[in-house]
Design a protein around this ligand. Structure first.
Ligand code: ZN
Ligand code: ZN
Length: 590
């Protein structure tokens, strides 16, 4: 179905059929919803986790944790049968008989099944991306998450350790014409994997209540697993040396696969190329606004200096100057903590969106074993985790050298820090999650739409600025545009690199000169864009769809439009694609 959507961009056959037909009777709908939940929310997902035990563990579903799926040809063939069978079952359900939230589930699942099929058959990352093979993270989760007593978890680990050698044998049979970049990543990450199976684990085992017999079996399997990983790394290294001599597959996806992958991420949108063109125009608009602000702020901050002729130099100089206002390493966590109630008060008192006062967001210093992944962010329980508590983790700056801390704090200066917390927490990711949890749907939680999720966070920043947050200070606006420009240039970079052959030099120029990013950040982005595709477009793709929809809705409803009602209703369907939410909202009276 999504392939059809690609060939006829602009047409939305599925979404229209969802929206325009008459609703069924209420009792009928209730029955249909319950039936749908049982069949797809429970039975389908159980079968899905059987085939994806690593993903299940990451979601907090441990019933299949003893199993390690060996990704061989038989597994693939069976998986494709499984997808087709469930898609047929899904299409036997008439979505018109479901309520709006379940209709959104129906659409999300339909897209997920079609896109997984496309990944196996067309994208074929299982062949060219060796980094898809790594057993470490699920094992680490089982060992570090106290979901059950240690002895029980060690028995689970022992069971799945037995399959590690077969897992890597299957990986080697699959890998064909890989890219150099993904091969290097696979070498690096599988080397890192060894740390999960090191002396620490042997110590844990020695201190456990497992019998001598169980321990002996465990150790045998552990040594075999270590050897399997070492052997696999050596094989990859030999492959890489050969590849370097003979030339390897390009990491660039190419236009055809790119558009199809984009359509999977953004069902019902008008395509990647259209988004790219919007991003190009948007970049120019934003730079013009930034220049006006830079000129306005120049006398206040840089009066003694001559105004540079070059637009980007002017903007960069003012950004550099106002970045000097920032907190200290000692006060950083407290500064984040203080922002949360302030933002909560703002969104409520300005009628932007209601929050749930019974579920306040808990700020905490990131636990040591989770640090270094992100600067700060929401840690929310998966749909199967009974400890339903959401944290806002903040990495403390203690481990940084004074120079590193200074550079970090200049980036997250007094103007930027609130924008960042708006994105991550209020009314960004945390609030979106809060609303999604009100209509609990395992399907939307497991197959949630990345563009909707990131797009909402980016949209929420704009909404806060429009509401007058920060008193409209030109410094705040300048920082806001810099932050927003990152979303826009992520799209330009991703599309440019994967479909137009954009060079490393051109990429670094775009990011440092035209988006005012540090050299370090730009180099990190260049690495990320070589290893991923389409993902970087989510911020701008989701934002521009949400914003366009909101403005169209405002136009249509005139005086009857309420921003608060729009926001709350938009979030009430859970993490469904923007176009699906739009179709469902258009069906409702206002
Ligand atoms: Zn400083
Ligand atoms: Zn985000």
């Amino acid at each position: 179905m999504f392939i059809r959507a690609i060939r006829h961009p602009g047409l939305r056959p599925l979404l229209l059929s969802l929206a325009l037909l008459p609703a069924a009777g209420i009792a009928d709908t209730l029955d249909a919803n319950l039936g749908f939940d049982r069949e797809f929310g429970e039975r389908f997902l159980e079968e899905y986790w059987q085939r994806n035990p690593d993903a299940a563990i990451a979601e907090g579903y441990y019933r299949v944790a003893e199993r390690l799926a060996v990704p061989d040809a038989a597994y693939r063939a069976e998986y494709l049968r499984f997808l087709d069978q469930w898609r047929a079952r899904l299409h036997a359900v008439d979505p018109r008989r479901l309520d709006p939230s379940h209709r959104a589930d129906w659409a999300v699942l339909d897209n997920a099944l079609a896109c997984e099929r496309w990944q196996w058959r067309s994208l074929r990352e299982w062949q060219w991306n060796p980094a898809t093979y790594n057993v470490a993270s699920a094992f680490a989760l089982l060992l570090n998450t106290p979901y059950a007593p240690l002895d029980q978890r060690l028995r689970t680990v022992s069971a799945r350790l037995a399959a590690v050698p077969a897992y890597y044998r299957a990986a080697r049979a699959n890998i064909h014409d890989p890219t150099r970049e993904h091969t290097e990543l696979a070498i690096e990450q599988n080397r890192g994997a060894l740390s999960v199976f090191g002396p620490e684990l042997e110590k844990q085992l020695a201190g456990s209540g497992l019998s001598a017999q169980e321990r002996a079996v465990f150790l045998d399997r552990l040594y075999d697993a270590r050897n399997a990983i070492r052997g696999h790394v050596a094989w990859l290294e030999a492959l890489e040396r050969k590849r370097l001599r003979h030339g390897a597959r390009s990491f660039r996806l190419g236009r055809g696969l790119y558009e199809e992958k984009f359509a999977c991420d953004n069902p019902g949108s008008d395509g990647a190329q259209a988004l790219y063109r919007r991003a190009q125009a948007e970049k120019e608009r934003v730079l013009a606004r930034m220049d006006a602000l830079a000129r306005q702020l120049w006398p206040k901050y840089l009066n003694a200096e001559t105004l540079p002729e070059d637009r980007e130099t002017r903007i960069a100089r003012v950004i550099e100057k106002i970045s000097e206002r920032h907190t200290t390493p000692q006060h950083y966590v407290a500064a984040v903590e203080a922002l949360i109630p302030q933002l909560e008060h703002w969104v409520t008192s300005h009628d932007l969106i209601d929050l749930d006062p019974s579920r306040p967001l808990q700020v905490r210093v990131t636990p040591p074993y989770e640090r270094g992944v992100a600067v700060a962010g929401i840690e929310a329980p998966g749909p199967y985790d009974p400890t339903a508590r959401t944290y806002f983790n903040v990495d403390p700056l203690d481990d940084l050298s004074p120079a590193q801390a200074e550079s970090f704090l200049r980036e997250y200066n007094d103007w930027m820090l609130p924008i960042f917390i708006i994105h991550e927490a209020i009314p960004g990711h945390y609030v979106q999650l809060l609303y999604a949890n009100k209509s609990p749907s395992k399907i939307k939680s497991v197959f949630g739409n990345g563009s909707m999720i990131e797009g909402w966070a980016v949209y929420s920043e704009r909404m806060m600025m429009e509401s007058g947050y920060g008193g409209g200070a030109p410094e705040l606006w300048l920082m806001y545009w810099k932050w927003y420009l990152r979303s826009v240039t992520n799209t330009l970079l991703d599309y440019g690199v994967h479909t137009q052959g954009m060079s490393e030099d051109a990429a670094l120029h775009l990011l440092t000169r035209e988006a005012f990013q540090s050299r370090k950040e730009a180099v990190g982005k260049w690495r990320r864009v070589q290893l991923s595709s389409v993902q970087l477009t989510r911020y701008f793709a989701g934002f521009s769809e949400i914003y366009r929809f909101r403005e169209a809705r405002r136009q249509k409803l005139g005086d009857a439009f309420s921003l608060k009602r729009f926001n709350e209703r938009f979030l009430s369907y859970g993490s469904a694609p923007v176009a699906t939410i739009e179709a469902l909202m258009e069906e409702a009276p206002n």
